[in-house]
Design a protein around this ligand. Structure first.
Ligand SMILES: [Zn+2]
Length: 420
């Protein structure tokens, strides 16, 4: 070994010892040092956030003895008694225990899929603290009134912080298991027409399959209602000056509430018809402004389609709907998200009467009577070209009544709000 090599090795040795000597703190000490740097108030929030994350990984939240992995709502009821409130909302059921500041979401089998805490101490936590500790959320969902910070954990568990736009702190938090939240009562879409070519029928069947599984994956997309002896009659593409008023008259005569998915541009052309439908208790819902395939548009264009239709309806009835049916049933994740941001759920159908294809009244009635199941959402049309739907309606209503089905509006069927 020459002198030069000895010198290099010697210098390396000194350098390494120096590095080691400079960094003697253990991770505990480092954490302590970090904590000393934080103001006291922030410290409590950090501690709380750490506790929240630790429990969320086990499917629990803030001291709830029940989790979203294997707890049943009956366990909570046996221990805590009858909930203060129990409601069917959207795709699940919710039980509220006011004094304990917990709400549990559960499915038809009684499996808890959502544990929400409304503990007061959560108000002390801000979005800045959440992001400082956990980094950017996996999803930031925004609605008209709130922001939802979503962190995706192992076993698909989602930890959500709900922060109202007008407040600084967290309003409540939710530990959510999407696997258990999946609605088990999902119908396939029925309805046939002799007028469709073999290839059109094949692609329709394919579309039906895809849209049903898409709805299963999305909390805010509906194909059908729950397994009760109720169905909803829905009418797209109106209003016009003739068919829509005729349908309103028939519904009124039978004392049945209908659901109208109106186009914004038609609402502007026939405001009196819209007013009549609304005054007589039918739901006025959105079908976009121009009837175009929303997934093919840009973000901005989709927003405008939804907004313009909402504004047109609001200017006639004084309320904006919170349910939209996308034209042709065409939708995707982006459309659903944009609709949700503007306060809308997406509601499609589980029976297509195909009144636009094989138009005879008898075919419309058969498509419903041959297939009807609990919770069906029935698609018909009320624009000027679909004169047969109105002719089919009396037989249809009587047939459904004979089978014991109650015809309700979508607010009742799905337990979601019709208006914002
Ligand atoms: Zn349409």
């Amino acid at each position: 070994m020459n002198k030069k090599s000895i010198l290099v090795i010697g210098m390396l040795f000194i350098l390494l010892t120096a590095c080691y000597a400079d960094n003697p703190a253990t991770s505990d000490q480092l954490q302590q040092r970090e904590e000393e740097l934080q103001p006291k108030e922030g410290n409590q929030a950090l501690e709380l956030l750490n506790r929240i994350m630790e429990q969320a990984k086990k499917g629990m939240t803030l001291g709830s003895p029940y989790n979203v992995l294997d707890s049943k709502i009956d366990e909570a009821k046996a221990e805590w008694g009858k909930p203060d409130n129990e409601d069917h909302a959207g795709k699940g059921f919710y039980a509220t225990y006011q004094n304990k500041s917990f709400v549990f979401g559960f499915n038809e089998a009684g499996d808890i899929f959502d544990v929400r805490s409304y503990a007061k101490e959560l108000n002390e936590i801000t979005s800045v603290q959440i992001e400082d500790l956990f980094g950017q959320p996996d999803q930031l969902r925004e609605t008209n009134n709130e922001e939802i910070y979503v962190y995706e954990l192992e076993r698909k568990i989602e930890l959500k912080f709900i922060i109202p736009k007008e407040e600084k702190g967290v309003h409540h938090l939710s530990v959510f298991n999407p696997e258990r939240a999946k609605n088990e009562y999902v119908l396939d879409i029925k309805g046939e027409s002799h007028q469709l070519s073999a290839s059109a029928w094949e692609s329709m069947k394919e579309w039906r399959k895809q849209i049903v599984s898409f709805a299963q994956e999305n909390e805010n997309v509906y194909i059908n209602g729950p397994n009760k002896k109720q169905v909803a009659l829905t009418f797209d593409d109106g209003p016009d000056g003739k068919v829509t008023p005729a349908i309103i008259d028939i519904l009124d005569e039978y004392n049945v509430k209908g659901n109208f998915f109106f186009l914004g541009r038609n609402v502007e052309a026939f405001p009196e018809v819209v007013k009549k439908a609304y005054t007589n208790g039918h739901l006025i819902l959105s079908h976009s402004y121009n009837h175009v395939e929303l997934p093919k548009l840009s973000t901005k264009e989709i927003q405008i389609e939804i907004e313009q239709a909402g504004n047109a309806i609001k200017s006639v009835i004084g309320k904006e709907p919170s349910i939209i049916r996308t034209p042709y049933g065409e939708t995707n994740k982006q459309v659903v998200e944009l609709a949700q941001q503007q306060g809308y759920s997406v509601v499609l159908w589980s029976i297509d009467t195909l009144d636009w294809s094989q138009k005879e009244a008898s075919n419309i009635v058969n498509n419903v009577m041959n297939h009807v199941r609990n919770g069906d959402i029935i698609l018909m049309h009320s624009d000027a070209k679909k004169t047969e739907a109105a002719k089919a309606l009396p037989d249809l209503i009587e047939g459904l009544q004979e089978k014991g089905f109650e015809m309700v509006d979508l607010e009742t069927l799905l337990n979601i709000k019709a208006y914002q």
